[in-house]
Design a protein around this ligand. Sequence first.
Ligand code: PGA
Length: 263
Amino acid sequence: MEIIIAKDYDEMSRISAEIIAEKIKKKYDLVLGLATGDTPVGTYKELVKLYNEEGLDFSKITTFNLDEYIGLAPLHENSYNHFMKENLFKHVNINPSRVFVPQGNTNDPEIFCEWYENKIREAGGIDLQILGIGRDGHIAFNEPGSSFASRTRVKALVKETIEDNARFFKKKEDVPRFAITMGIGTILEAKEILLIANGGKKAEVCAKFIEGPITSMITASALQLHCSVTVVLDEEAASHLTRKEYYDWVRNNKQLVQKKIGR
Ligand code: PGA
């Protein structure tokens, strides 16, 4: 894992948007995995800025979102479909026929999940997957205890996640209890992964998934099994890491490191 410690949320957003933009510039038909939540809002703003100011071209990329609440129609104001439209899709030249977000109001979630996995496969797999992290260590809605082999499926949300996400709803009772989510196995098949996190309330879990043991109780720790993961944290989210000096040294000496390891 490459760990990048940014000074604050804005810098975290800029760095992560630059990483994504570089990938799109290198591969115009990139398959990009997208995340929702408060964390990536700034990253999407920066991408919109790059589209407006530098002409970053989204027209040939394909996107797959990580998850969606069961029971919410795509136009529902709390759906992740709606979130993506408001925060990214409507601001850039993305082709709607290449945009995939799980459908929360599907009649048959099981068949839908199989279809979603097939679509990812048909697209050639995800080139770069963006992830946030929950306080309980989840990536997408893979709550503690999720199998590392899991695929896109329906998952029951834990109390902590429902409480954390209640801020987006009128009342806590309105937060859906279930979601469709890519599995850990699905996520680990992405060629590259970019996880972003900010704020003191993510500090403990970030130290656990980066420096602690691999455990399904912190599903983000599965990323230790992946060979191409970049983590961009702000200083607060990085505050419990014990090897910060090492991560900074590696980042500041990247060219030297790449030369030594032959990349
Ligand atoms: P947040 O959610 O970005 O709103 O903190 C992250 C997550 O639960 O994955």
